[in-house]
Write a protein that binds this ligand. Sequence first.
Ligand code: SF4
Ligand code: SF4
Length: 282
Amino acid sequence: MVAREMGVPVVNFEDAVEVPVPEGKIFRKIEVAREVIEADVVINLPKLKTHDVMPLTLAVKNIFGCIVGRNKARWHVQAGHDVGYFARMLVELHAFVNPALNIMDGIVGMEGNGPRNGDPRQIGLILASPDAVALDRVVQEILGLEGMLTTSIGGEIGLGESELSRIECRGERLEEVKIDGFKIPIRTPQKQILGKTLRWLLKDSFTYRPVIDHRLCSLCGVCLEACPLDIISYKPSGKEKLVQIDYQRCIHCFCCQENCTEGAISARQGWLGSMLSKLGLS
Ligand code: SF4
Ligand code: SF4
């Protein structure tokens, strides 16, 4: 609404352009939104929020939004469960897009099981820097979190400054804006409780998965188009039909949920994960 009032066009990234990335180690070419390639300047506007894999979406990771639609989910598939690989890809992508400025909205952030089931958390800060790695490092300090891979890898490859003592902060003093008890998605206790094989067998019992509310579904077919693995289909139900998901092949990318304009798809945690959460073990 503010953008409309100011005459700033808002566009969805739909058209991807393949571009070479000579410096890339993860990829030598990548498909990025045409608008990003054609822009004179890119300004990155991340929101401070948790993410179940990274475990925060800050300035470096936010550039993943320059990957168009279903290609995002393909990267998730390729990254598999290798968080290091995914983090390195994000850092290389950020280096390629090279935003001139990063302005983070941390007024009301998200904590807990983000990005889909997090809780609002009053942070009260807007932070900005041309150096996304330094910005992320400062936010980690404020939230009392360590060990974010995108920050350490970003520092290692020279994308930005990851060493706090070498970052010059202006404005508020860090000690005065620290947040106590910020909650990130916790996955480790589950790993301690169960062995690897058992966890693999029970993985769908832990994770969030998309669930369709057939009362809200208008059978529009948008989610069938959005799913990168083509595992959503219509199934006959009496004289009518219903939308169904092949959960055996679902990668939990939630492209279907993002694209459903009827709000008919929600993320629901598996029974075991839900039970451990209630017991305070996840
Ligand atoms: S996008 Fe939503 S409303 Fe459309 S078919 Fe899928 S679940 Fe139903
Ligand atoms: S069903 Fe939804 S969450 Fe699962 S792979 Fe397809 S788009 Fe992703």
